[in-house]
Design a protein around this ligand. Structure first.
Ligand SMILES: Nc1ncnc2c1ncn2[C@@H]1O[C@H](COP(=O)(O)OP(=O)(O)OP(=O)(O)O)[C@@H](O)[C@H]1O
Ligand SMILES: [Mg+2]
Length: 341
């Protein structure tokens, strides 16, 4: 029988057995959807923390929670699109999902997106509502893209007020709320936001034990502890490490079935440096997304070595050694912000 590695590294994992936890985030989204006056929520999280997976999970499961039509729309690669093209693509996506014909705004200039959407909402049966799941929202907030700043965000502000009952929004952004431009802050004013963060301890253990569900690999407690310590519940890094251990053990026929992953096996993967090489891409990504202050603090931590904690005074000392004399508010905040990465 061919054994299947249950760990997924890279693609979003929503709506599958590899999706673990996030009960708090899903609950918060439902609270907003059920609230008579609220109709939008912003999910904030660092790169690779699992934002798109949450949207995929919502897409699959919201219809089981109530009369919702979730529509997933990814803004990645669309940052330079003019407003008309963006709205046409969104209308096409909504029409597809509702199995209706798409409008053609270019050849029918009397039919504007908001009129079309208003008619569509009016035609929905009484209790139904649309939930727009807008991924990578912050790519539009690109200072080089004047188009979005001057047209898309004010337009969205109008849409937010179009129909509180039947039109809901879940925005996903990789940037901290305070790091967004003034125009987006305006848009998000008064909207609930929720951090997509590290997995808690129980969920991290559940994720590691995924291979026990498909009966391919058991885990020794000490191995689980070590992984938890190393990844601190970061879902991508946990999946990655477990996947490597699984490959090492399950590729070779074992005496006992299922075999058990020991602490030694985990350490072997770490020592081989394989895990770092394979995660290179993701780590470069994480590094690339860090503002200057957080990079400086991260490099201090890396120099301190093997997951050693540092207190405020040690940070200050380390920074001074690097020639930094003034501790700005960015630097003061950086250690706190890095906790989520
Ligand atoms: N809830 C989860 N349970 C288990 N693993 C997860 C979960 N969420 C994310 N992962 C892991 O993290 C990886 C990245 O997930 P995802 O693409 O959802 O993150 P993201 O925050 O959208 O990333 P990006 O910033 O690149 O858009 C997945 O391939 C998977 O390995
Ligand atoms: Mg994503």
């Amino acid at each position: 029988m061919i054994q299947k590695n249950p760990y997924i590294t890279g693609n979003p994992v929503g709506n599958g057995p590899a999706f673990i936890g996030r009960a708090d985030v899903l609950r918060e989204v439902l609270n907003v959807l059920k609230h008579p006056e609220e109709n939008a929520i912003v999910l904030v999280g660092q790169r690779r923390i699992g934002k798109t997976s949450v949207l995929h999970e919502l897409k699959a499961n919201l219809p089981k929670e109530g009369a919702y039509h979730p529509i997933y729309f990814d803004l990645q690669d669309k940052s330079q699109w003019p407003l008309e093209q963006l709205l046409q693509a969104l209308a096409n996506k909504i029409s597809d999902e509702l199995q209706q014909n798409s409008p053609d705004f270019e050849n029918d200039p009397d039919n504007t997106f908001d009129q079309w959407l208003q008619n569509l909402l009016n035609d929905l049966s009484q209790d139904k509502s649309l939930v727009l799941l807008l991924d990578e929202f912050d790519v539009i907030d690109d200072s080089g893209n004047k188009q979005a700043g001057t047209t898309f965000f004010p337009y969205l502000r109008q849409l937010l007020d179009l129909d509180h009952q039947r039109l809901n929004f879940v925005f996903v952004t990789g940037r901290k709320i305070n790091d967004l431009s003034q125009i987006v802050l305006e848009l998000f004013k008064g909207i609930t936001n929720k951090q997509v963060s590290l997995l808690n301890r129980d969920d991290t253990v559940k994720l590691i034990r995924l291979s026990e569900q498909n009966k391919t690999l058991n885990w020794q407690n000490k191995a689980i502890e070590k992984i938890g310590q190393l990844t601190n519940g970061h879902p991508y890094l946990t999946q990655h490490l477990c996947s490597r251990v699984w490959n090492n053990i399950c590729a070779i026929p074992q005496k006992t079935q299922p075999p058990t992953a020991t602490l030694k096996e985990v350490e072997k993967v770490i020592k081989s440096g394989d895990i770092l090489k394979a995660s290179d891409n993701a780590l470069e990504w994480l590094w690339g997304a860090l503002p200057a202050a957080e990079r400086l603090i991260a490099s201090l931590l890396a120099n301190a070595g093997d997951a050693k904690p540092m207190n405020h005074e040690q940070f200050k000392e380390g920074l001074q050694k690097k020639g930094v004399q003034i501790i700005t508010s960015d630097l003061q905040e950086a250690p706190k912000k890095l906790v989520d990465i």
